[in-house]
Design a protein around this ligand. Structure first.
Ligand code: 5GP
Ligand code: ZN
Length: 112
């Protein structure tokens, strides 16, 4: 299910343009509009849910599916030497888009 008011759902539907690097029937990966690393991608499921908290079984499987796909996608997009995955959850973490997304960051040495 998608949410009409969610910007990432609009990106999935093509109502907002994005620089897509990977897409299949379950997930989409596109470039972050304000990159905070040389390579900064966002992986999203084609299913709207705002938090890891409260996921149903299908949503949990989608997260596992994305984690299985990400290594190859990262390698093909400039992260041959490693990458960092981040999932911001809630206000203190600075979450601004409430459609669960995995930040994929790399392409350079990342300070911790
Ligand atoms: P959060 O802080 O919620 O974990 O991350 C949301 C991310 O989405 C931010 O890094 C922000 O730059 C990115 N973002 C927000 N709106 C858009 C958009 O319309 N297009 C793209 N490509 N990225 C977006
Ligand atoms: Zn959404």
């Amino acid at each position: 299910m998608l949410d009409n008011n969610c910007i990432f759902c609009k990106i999935i539907k093509g109502e907002i343009p994005s620089a897509k690097v990977y897409e299949d029937e379950k997930m989409l990966v596109f470039k972050d509009i304000q990159p905070k690393a040389k390579v900064h991608l966002l992986a999203i499921a084609k299913n709207h849910f705002p938090y890891l908290d409260g996921m149903d079984g299908e949503q949990t499987e989608l997260i596992a599916y994305m984690l299985k796909k990400i290594p190859q996608i990262a390698k093909e997009n400039g992260c041959e030497n490693g990458y960092r995955l981040i999932i911001n959850q809630g206000e203190s973490a600075g979450q601004t888009v409430f459609h669960v997304h995995i930040h994929i960051m790399g392409g350079e040495i990342l300070p911790w």
